[in-house]
Ligand binder design. Structure first.
Ligand code: SAM
Length: 182
């Protein structure tokens, strides 16, 4: 599926630099893309959806969680994992997505990234036809001085894809010792 090239390429740069697993809420074609990265970089991949959208496990690395995201988050800490890439494309509702975002952002490894779909629908029609009101979260995050957010309007249909990068300590994106102070 040619729909997720931005997520695939940005995540492909980040994963090899940082330890951690891959998480997805809202499975489907995106699961195949994330699973390819999981296999390539030998990382655990947790995908959560209320239904089986992938027809079973996609690889040895794939942990399929068929449940609501609220239950997934309740279990999460017992997995003893740290995410380096998180993709949120579940309910498309502002309230749920906000909870999912902050839950995983707090647990994300420094240097990791959160991807969120449907954050910049091309029109009101798109909002009514499926994107929902999750774009309100983008408006909120854009005002937060501690959040580094980038939004691609045309990534994966005209629904918009945002990516939030979690900074390392001292405001850098690289681990200590791997950056230069210019
Ligand atoms: C837009 S689709 C995901 C599309 C997918 N990312 C793809 O690439 O095809 C949204 C998915 O979220 C799932 N979903 C809806 N509410 C959910 C919830 N509370 N927890 C987990 N998954 C949910 C739906 O079952 C649906 O499969």
């Amino acid at each position: 599926m040619a729909h997720w090239p931005i997520m695939k390429s940005i995540a492909g740069f980040i994963i090899p630099k940082f330890e951690g697993c891959i998480v997805e809420i809202g499975a489907g074609h995106s699961s195949r893309v994330l699973n390819e990265l999981a296999v390539q970089f030998k990382r655990d991949f947790y995908s959560c959806d209320v239904i089986d959208r992938t027809n079973g496990k996609l690889s040895l690395y794939h942990h399929q969680k068929i449940m609501k995201s609220v239950d997934f988050m309740q279990e999460w800490d017992s997995y003893n994992e740290k995410p380096t890439i998180v993709f949120i494309d579940g309910t498309h509702k502002y309230d749920t997505t906000k909870l999912e975002f902050w839950f995983f952002y707090k647990r994300l490894v420094p240097g990791g990234a959160m991807f969120m779909h449907d954050m910049l629908p091309a029109s009101d029609g798109y909002i009514k036809r499926g994107c929902g009101d999750v774009y309100k979260l983008r408006l909120e995050l854009e005002k937060d001085p501690n959040i580094e957010i980038l939004t691609f309007p045309h990534a994966t249909v005209e629904f918009g894809m945002s990516v939030v990068f979690k900074k390392h300590r001292y405001n850098n994106y690289s681990p200590p010792g791997e950056h230069y102070d210019y």
